[in-house]
Design a protein around this ligand. Structure first.
Ligand SMILES: [Zn+2]
Ligand SMILES: [Zn+2]
Length: 359
């Protein structure tokens, strides 16, 4: 599912991703089995991807400001739970490129609000996406229309999963825990929730589900206990109720929110709830990209700096299909960009018409 990175891969030089833990980058870079070329596949079969076979789950809580995007990698398989907002779409794409993701088994939009599906259209247009999940609501918003259009262009139909359904991801699997009913106008409560399990480790994601959604998850009979809870609704006090936190009884909580955001997330009440329950809290507004590694028994935590790149790359305009060199003075707006590491990659994705002003 991931592109095998060779040591001579120019991308390694192009995107200087100064990981705090060079050893981790080493691990990640030899952990990217390919569904691609015969040459890569050969490398995979020859056991070069031993690290991925030895078994590891990676959960990346990507810092996309006041929005949500989590990349989950397991033994050569990949999924995205939420895709950030429109403006952070290039950042998300660079993060996936850096992680060597070439194909996604699942793309889940917890609910169709811009801070969760804003970056989804570019992901759908750029990557082969296996199963695309969205709850069964269709708001009349620009972000949602973009996602629908991208799905039509790629011939993808969405799945609206039901609680109790299970889906495999390498040696891990996830169970749908929400939404449990129709919540009318409240889109947050319609969020898809999942419990991701790898060996003895488990993670809960609930999107922006609020109190009512949490109450229904408590009632649906699926055990909620997990090591890690991604705090619902960016750490808002209308989620992470005491009863829910008690049922999950996490050791760690991760809050995805933007620095000095207008909502005051995370709310003081939420932080108090976690503190009283003895839960260690990580925050993307303070720590940036937060990565949990699991070997099926133990969890370790790492912090990746934002990807940075200083060499030429290519930018597709998803509205008009034009292609630009990254140095072009008339690049499309962030929400409209599809990022490619090479011109060949862009052409393969259908972006062959180079802009006249590019040099
Ligand atoms: Zn949100
Ligand atoms: Zn151009």
């Amino acid at each position: 599912m991931f592109k095998k990175k060779k040591t001579d891969d120019s991308r390694m030089r192009r995107y200087r991703f100064s990981l705090l833990l060079p050893a981790m980058l080493l691990l990640l870079s030899c952990q990217n089995p390919s569904a691609g070329t015969g040459q890569n596949r050969q490398a995979e079969e020859s056991g070069e991807n031993g690290a991925s076979k030895s078994g590891e789950l990676q959960v990346h809580f990507i810092d996309v400001g006041q929005s949500d995007a989590s990349l989950i990698l397991c033994e050569g398989h990949a999924m995205l739970f939420d895709t950030g907002e429109n403006g952070t779409s290039p950042l998300l794409q660079f993060y996936l490129m850096e992680m060597g993701v070439e194909k996604l088994d699942y793309v889940i939009g917890s609910h169709p609000e811009a801070d969760h599906i804003g970056g989804m259209d570019a992901i759908l247009l750029k990557y082969d996406c296996g199963t695309v999940m969205l709850p069964e609501i269709s708001p009349d918003t620009a972000s949602y229309r973009d996602v629908q259009e991208a799905m039509e262009r790629r011939g993808v139909t969405r799945v609206s999963p039901e609680p109790g359904e299970q889906y495999p991801l390498g040696g891990a699997f996830f169970t749908i825990i929400a939404p449990n009913r129709d919540y009318g106008e409240n889109m947050n409560n319609a969020s898809i929730g999942i419990k991701l399990v790898y060996g003895e480790n488990a993670f809960i994601f609930t999107g922006d589900g609020e109190r009512e959604a949490e109450e229904d998850m408590l009632k649906n009979g699926i055990p909620l206990n997990a090591d890690v809870l991604q705090a619902g609704h960016h750490g808002s006090s209308d989620a992470s109720t005491e009863a829910f936190v008690e049922a999950v009884s996490p050791r760690y909580a991760v809050i995805s929110c933007g620095k000095d955001n207008a909502y005051g997330h995370p709310h003081r009440e939420t932080l108090e709830t976690f503190q009283e329950a003895g839960v260690e809290v990580f925050r993307t507004d303070l720590q940036g990209n937060i990565v949990a590694l699991s070997d099926g028994r133990n969890l370790t935590w790492h912090f990746n700096p934002a990807p940075s790149w200083d060499e030429i790359y290519y930018v597709g305009n998803k509205s008009n299909g034009k292609l630009h060199v990254s140095t072009c003075l008339s690049l499309p707006k962030e929400w409209n960009q599809i990022i490619f590491s090479s011109r060949e990659e862009a052409v393969r994705a259908g972006f062959s018409d180079l802009c006249g002003g590019c040099f």
